[in-house]
Design a protein around this ligand. Structure first.
Ligand SMILES: Nc1nc2c(c(=O)[nH]1)N[C@H]1C(S)=C(S)[C@@H](COP(=O)(O)OP(=O)(O)OC[C@H]3O[C@@H](n4cnc5c(=O)[nH]c(N)nc54)[C@H](O)[C@@H]3O)O[C@H]1N2
Ligand SMILES: Nc1nc2c(c(=O)[nH]1)N[C@H]1C(S)=C(S)[C@@H](COP(=O)(O)OP(=O)(O)OC[C@H]3O[C@@H](n4cnc5c(=O)[nH]c(N)nc54)[C@H](O)[C@@H]3O)O[C@H]1N2
Ligand code: SF4
Ligand SMILES: [Mo]
Length: 704
């Protein structure tokens, strides 16, 4: 019998597509985009269009396994769930007795975006256990800190309202690959006459479709934004009424921007001063003007400050007054998820140490931070050996015989291969959830419509079983997945009027009640959810913090350092201009954006997907290639003090001299190193964000 069911794409993607699962005789036989969903519009991306094949891939992990060879050898033997869970619990109990519960470290990210089985799914469990708290700041936390300081937890412009914009700036986002269902809307606006400007360090697929591509050197966006502010103020393009009524700190920002003129920015960004002035003038005088901020903007030392500067622009010009005017960061802020119920931060014992997921390599190889040594690591929904920086250190740490490691996975990933115990996890169509959305204003439901193959079970069931074995009495550890969903969303919130779980089950998705794309202008009259109620061009006394569920709560555990009250340009840690000494050895900047054909590291082990995406490549300008005797197609070695990887050189004018580009996701076990072999674990400027766009390397012909 054939049936169809509502699905929600669980991958870490702003589109959170509403899908239709097709099921025949208990098997998932197909998947398509929900034609009724205003953003999905019946289409999925190249990664997901044959999602059923991922469910039944021959390499899929189907049974619990115990390591039977040396660490990392990928030799495992099948065991039962009882054996696996008994071993985990008894090893943990022994570790707790000797070292205390903080010797156990949880590690998860957004491999699954579900409220139940996703990022925060294990938080309550590990908090109850008293384990070390792992702060997860891979993606958007610096951007969020900057955004919250300036405009507060607002969704900003509805991504769908971009259809009404006449001027669109996509700033450090490769929408064609990473936000396809917003891209359709942007393209329609462009067809209707909107000018599309893409500010990207290289000619990405998206930049190539723009009316105007502006390519600052990586990490210099803060200078570009400050010079736009300068031009807007000095040339009298400010909407003075809007600024007087709905912002604070204008005079101080004006003073700060005085010396940050276009000529100054030209020297830093490499963009001609006239170009910067023209951009500022066009942006300020064409309304509605909408800015889409990409995550890559945060990924250098000055990232947070750059985002604060960009977030000031729509208030200065009054763009917020128009439907389709303003800026879009993460609409997640207006979703009524109850993270306190999901994560149970109240269960964290006072004084529990916090480590950061980006610094896993350092934590495992250097002296661990204060507290007990680290004796066990449990990893699910994440693949740090591919995705986290300073990978060589992570691998070194995972090879430690003394570390009891558990990995819940779909495949034996670059990380899972180092596990002592492997647990098979259920996949999309095999588990019920509501998928968290950070790229639109819809709640998205995902039905369980098939049983998982083999003995795979949902993440939440793993934690339920472990909690039962450990005798945890709190009722949340007894809730079924459906009961969790009843508890995890604030169904009584104004945004949920008329929406409940039954509605979602029937319709698959529901738009939050936060205005429509055709009338929503949330800051027409200010109403910024900041302490002052205004757009904070200046934030006196602001301290650095990690926002949201990434640290399991809004606010922070430990106050961070005091921040500059005003936005500004902060130079990169690693660039030719700002670190000439390092640049002597490593003269090329590198950026590592997302691969078109992979979803982070997902699909990068599947032959068909690798074929579509191509093998690891390194984009390099002809000037840099010639200097090094590199020919198109040559295998090159990219390296610095942190490590090395190899890829095929592609000589192209898409990158300026001085910059190389290698996209992310390729598996280390199938390649020689990865881009994250060379990336640094140092934080960017705010929110402990990563610094993937703040790295210097050298490139040579491999095996030369
Ligand atoms: N150099 C560089 N590095 C980067 C970035 C960059 O731009 N450049 N981007 C960063 C960004 S933005 C992000 S978000 C991170 C992402 O980092 P990760 O979240 O670690 O990346 P994924 O590759 O998505 O890993 C998710 C893993 O979870 C598994 N998984 C998926 N669903 C489930 C499930 O339901 N249960 C279980 N148990 N496992 C599941 C998948 O098989 C996969 O191995 O990477 C960051 N790393
Ligand atoms: N196909 C595909 N889609 C994805 C993902 C994937 O892996 N593959 N991952 C998902 C995830 S986790 C995320 S966070 C989103 C991210 O999606 P995006 O926000 O698009 O992030 P990136 O691809 O990392 O980088 C976007 C662009 O920023 C540019 N860039 C890098 N550094 C700088 C800089 O300093 N200044 C400027 N101006 N530009 C810079 C890069 O060249 C790149 O084209 O995509 C999601 N969607
Ligand atoms: S990865 Fe993104 S674009 Fe592709 S189906 Fe999932 S949500 Fe949609
Ligand atoms: Mo991300």
């Amino acid at each position: 019998m054939k049936t169809t069911h509502h699905g929600g794409c669980p991958h870490d993607c702003p589109d959170t597509c509403s899908m239709i699962y097709q099921v025949e005789d208990g098997k998932l036989t197909g998947v398509k985009g929900n034609p009724d969903h205003p953003m999905t519009r019946g289409g999925l991306c190249v990664k997901l269009k044959d999602y059923e094949k991922r469910h039944y891939h021959p390499d899929r992990l189907l049974y619990p396994m115990r390591r039977s060879g040396p660490k990392g050898s990928k030799q495992f033997t099948r065991i039962s769930w009882d054996e696996a869970l008994d071993e985990i619990v008894s090893r943990w109990q022994a570790i707790i007795a000797e070292y205390g519960p903080q010797a156990i470290v949880p590690y998860s990210y957004l491999g699954n975006q579900g409220l139940v089985h996703g990022l925060n799914g294990g938080d309550a469990f590990f908090n109850r256990l008293g384990a070390t708290v792992t702060e997860r700041t891979f993606c958007g936390e610096g951007s969020s800190t900057a955004w919250l300081l300036t405009v507060g937890p607002t969704a900003g412009v509805d991504p769908e309202s971009f259809i009404h914009a006449n001027y669109i700036i996509i700033w450090a986002c490769n929408s064609v690959s990473t936000n396809l269902h917003h891209w359709h809307i942007v393209k329609e606006a462009q067809k209707k006459g909107a000018k599309l400007v893409v500010i990207d360090a290289y000619a990405s697929k998206t930049a190539k479709e723009a009316d105007w591509h502006i390519a600052p050197k990586p990490g210099t966006d803060g200078a570009l934004a400050m010079a736009m502010i300068h031009t807007i103020i000095e040339e009298g393009l400010v909407d003075q009424d809007y600024v007087d009524n709905y912002t604070i700190g204008f005079d101080e920002l004006k003073e700060r921007a005085k010396t940050r003129d276009a000529k100054w920015a030209e020297a830093i960004t490499g963009i001609p001063a006239d170009t910067i002035r023209t951009l500022a003038r066009e942006y300020a005088t064409t309304q509605p003007a909408a800015i889409r901020l990409g995550v890559a903007l945060e990924r250098h030392k000055g990232g947070g400050q750059a985002i604060r500067a960009v977030s000031c622009l729509p208030a200065l010009t009054g763009a917020w007054q128009y439907v389709g005017g303003g800026a879009l960061q993460f609409p997640v802020w207006e979703h009524p998820y109850k993270f306190d119920v999901i994560c149970r931060p109240d269960l964290i014992p006072e004084g529990t140490r916090v480590i950061n997921a980006l610094q896993l390599g350092r934590v495992l190889t250097n002296e661990p931070p204060a507290g007990s040594p680290i004796k066990s690591l449990m990893c699910w929904n994440a693949n740090p050996v591919t995705q986290a920086p300073e990978t060589d250190k992570i691998v070194q740490g995972l090879l430690n015989e003394d570390l009891f490691m558990i990995s819940a996975e779909h495949f034996i990933s670059d990380t899972a291969m180092y596990a002592d115990i492997l647990l098979p996890a259920a996949m999309g169509a095999e588990q019920e959830d509501i998928i968290l959305s950070w790229g639109h204003l819809y709640l998205t439901y995902n039905a369980k419509c098939v049983d998982a193959p083999g003995e795979a079970i949902p993440n939440n069931e793993i934690f339920r079983r472990l909690a039962a074995r450990l005798g945890f009495q709190e009722e949340n550890f007894q809730w079924s997945d459906s009961e969790c969903l009843e508890q995890y969303v604030d169904w009584s919130a104004p945004a949920c009027v008329g929406i409940d779980l039954a509605y979602l089950r029937e319709h698959g998705f529901a738009r939050l009640k936060v205005g429509t794309k055709d009338d929503r202008a949330p800051h027409k009259q200010g109403n910024f959810p900041t302490p002052s109620g205004k757009c904070q061009l200046k934030s006196e006394g602001a301290i650095n913090f990690v926002p949201g569920p990434f640290r399991q709560m809004y606010g922070d555990f430990q106050p961070g350092e005091l921040l500059d009250p005003l936005p500004d340009y902060v130079p990169s840690r690693e660039s030719i201009a700002t670190n000439p000494e390092l640049a002597q050895k490593y003269p090329l900047s590198i950026i590592s954006p997302k691969s078109h054909g992979f979803l982070n590291s997902c699909y990068a082990n599947i032959e068909q997907k690798i074929k579509g995406q191509g093998e690891q490549f390194v984009l390099i300008n002809s000037v840099d290639a010639e200097e090094r005797g590199i020919k198109d197609g040559d295998k090159v070695r990219v390296f610095n003090d942190r490590g090395a990887f190899e890829g095929d050189a592609r000589i192209t004018a898409d990158v300026n001299a001085g910059l190389v580009v290698a996209t992310l996701g390729y598996w280390r076990q199938l390649n020689t190193g990865t881009v994250n072999s060379i990336s640094s674990s140092e934080f960017a400027g705010m929110g402990n964000a990563p610094s993937f766009s703040d790295n210097l390397v050298q490139v040579v012909a491999a095996h030369a």
